[in-house]
Design a protein around this ligand. Structure first.
Ligand SMILES: [Fe+2]
Length: 245
């Protein structure tokens, strides 16, 4: 290292992902949503998570009645097969499963019947449509909290309705909802507006969980290649709840 780079610190600080410890948003169960297509791909993704420093992944297949009508049984049996193969191949990373519940007309009855897949005790990952304004979401969150579920809103920064308005995340948090941000939003992967929105969430201290939302290996490579960006380092001082999972 040259004297100049030592003085001015040109060596870029990279976020060490082992500090995040646990990823809580991904699509790794083979063949049941738009994530991993087969067991080989799943194993390659798990090996990559492990090599990047994660000690655990909680994978969250889509449950979306129109496109991915997955059930508890489908997800848990997929998890069983993935764990079996990972053990056979001596992967040490822990693997759990929950789901990413799309807010559609089938969700309220699942809440009532207490059949949601959770992580970290009672946490439930929920997503809205990316376009349009969510309606009745306050009722949804109220119903979840009343049923002792802890709602976690997936990738807040990606919703068109909230663009330029992270105060909405603060409002949700005041009502007891936790906020998840996608790490790749900080890379610009989803576009400049979403990147800005993610940065604002961090600046205002509104991020409870971060996730890769990994669907394929490119998502992890992109993340790995961008960990020098300054907003990743800011995350380490951010009291993320990932480490408690
Ligand atoms: Fe997702």
């Amino acid at each position: 290292m040259s004297v100049i780079s030592r003085i001015f610190g040109s060596k870029k600080e990279k976020l060490d992902l082992s500090l995040i410890e646990v990823d809580m948003h991904s699509h790794l169960i083979p063949g049941i949503d738009d994530g991993s297509k087969n067991m080989d791909e799943t194993i390659a993704l798990l090996a990559k998570f492990q090599s990047m420093g994660y000690r655990k992944v909680v994978t969250t297949p889509h449950i979306m009645s129109d496109y991915y009508p997955n059930t508890r049984d489908i997800i848990l049996s997929g998890l069983h097969d993935v764990r079996e193969m990972a053990a056979k191949l001596n992967l040490s990373i822990e693997i759990e499963a929950a789901a990413e519940y799309y807010f559609d007309e089938t969700l309220p009855s699942k809440i009532k019947e207490k059949e949601l897949l959770t992580f970290g005790g009672n946490h439930v990952l929920v997503e809205f449509a990316f376009q349009g304004s969510p309606t009745y979401e306050d009722e949804l969150f109220f119903d979840m909290l009343s049923a002792d579920y802890q709602p976690v809103l997936a990738h807040f920064e990606r919703y068109g309705a909230f663009m330029g308005n992270v105060d909405k995340a603060a409002e949700y948090r005041d009502k007891g909802v936790l906020i998840q941000m996608n790490l790749n939003s900080l890379t610009g992967h989803y576009g400049p507006h979403i990147k800005k929105q993610a940065e604002q969430l961090i600046d205002k201290g509104l991020v409870d969980f971060v996730g890769t939302d990994c669907h394929r290996i490119q998502h992890l490579r992109l993340l790995e290649d961008n960990l020098h960006l300054p907003y990743f380092s800011k995350l380490t001082s951010h009291n993320l709840r990932n480490t408690h999972l």
